[in-house]
Design a protein around this ligand. Structure first.
Ligand SMILES: Cc1cc2nc3c(=O)[nH]c(=O)nc-3n(C[C@H](O)[C@H](O)[C@H](O)COP(=O)(O)OP(=O)(O)OC[C@H]3O[C@@H](n4cnc5c(N)ncnc54)[C@H](O)[C@@H]3O)c2cc1C
Length: 270
């Protein structure tokens, strides 16, 4: 399948990308690794007249420890997240989860920011950053603003990033030696999650249990009250609204959420 014709522009900084978005309005879309956008264009589910390539903007690709957090540029590739010594030491959940994204080729092209703004509820990294309680730095015509993880994912493939804005940085709290685990259920390796669970330091997030990644708040409350992993995991599906598709119906997804949550909590507890 061939995408509809588009004009290709390359941004040389985040500010330049914002200017180009302002110039071309609704006609334009940012292109990062292209691993989600290009399939969408090829299927003609979108036909932007202008693509603004941010994949080579040097000031959008970095990983650095900054106080209690690690700051990651939005155009940092999955592979660099997987291999980062700083992240393995300071936030081990994140590079571990990035290793589950697609296959090696996809991880070489795809970016952290692209995955988060695409906001597929079945994706791995949105679930991980929600469990971590990340903060998102978004830049637009009137400057930068910060968005908490709980407000970032707003609906099915929808985030708080406006059409005239760019996600520039993701800030994840350093979790150091706190217990963590990721459980992803797939039928074939390299697939998107049928259900996945990220657990870190008493926080639990679920992928593919609703229109956005979700915190398992009943489970978190039970854990805080001293419940065992099995007792806390029993309420993992509370308040969720998973889809039914060819892979699983709602009841099976709810069952998976409970089973995977218990496994993740046992692993996280060491
Ligand atoms: C075969 C295949 C298997 C895959 N398997 C998995 C998997 O198992 N798990 C998983 O989680 N993902 C999977 N993916 C998706 C992959 O992770 C993509 O890399 C990711 O979803 C998008 O990142 P990208 O950099 O390629 O973004 P792009 O495709 O370039 O962009 C995606 C969207 O985000 C917007 N965007 C990108 N960057 C920014 C930014 N900085 N600010 C604002 N908007 C931005 C774009 O405009 C576009 O709308 C798979 C993809 C493929 C093709």
């Amino acid at each position: 399948m061939i995408p509809a014709p588009f004009r290709y522009l390359r941004a040389d900084s985040a500010a330049h990308a914002v200017d180009l978005l302002g110039e071309h309005g609704d006609e334009a879309k940012l292109l990062a690794g292209g691993q989600s956008l290009l399939p969408v264009l090829k299927l003609r589910l979108a036909d932007p007249a202008v693509l603004i390539d941010i994949s080579r903007v040097p000031d959008l690709s970095y990983i650095r420890v900054d106080g209690d957090e690690v700051a990651i540029g939005a155009a940092t590739r999955h592979r660099d997240v997987v291999e980062s010594e700083e992240l393995r030491r300071e936030v081990p959940l994140l590079p571990h989860v990035a290793g589950y994204v697609g296959d090696r080729q996809i991880r070489h092209r795809g970016t952290l920011g692209g995955s988060l703004v695409h906001a597929d509820p079945a994706a791995d990294l949105p679930c991980a950053v929600l469990a971590l309680g990340a903060t998102f730095v978004v830049e637009g015509p009137s400057g930068q603003r910060r968005v908490d993880a709980g407000e970032f994912f707003q609906g099915y493939f929808q985030t708080a990033v406006g059409a005239d804005e760019i996600l520039v940085e993701v800030r994840v709290p350093r979790t150091g030696g706190a217990g963590w685990a990721y459980e992803k259920f797939v039928r074939r390796s390299n697939d998107w999650a049928i259900v996945a669970v990220a657990a870190v330091d008493g926080r639990v997030a679920l992928a593919n249990m609703g229109e956005t990644p979700l915190r398992a708040t009943a489970t978190e409350r039970a854990l805080a009250g001293g419940a065992s992993p099995a007792e806390a995991a029993a309420s993992a599906a509370e308040g969720t609204s998973p889809i039914e598709d060819m892979h699983a119906d709602r009841a099976y997804r709810a069952h998976l959420a409970r089973v995977l949550t218990e496994r993740a909590l046992v692993t996280a507890a060491g």
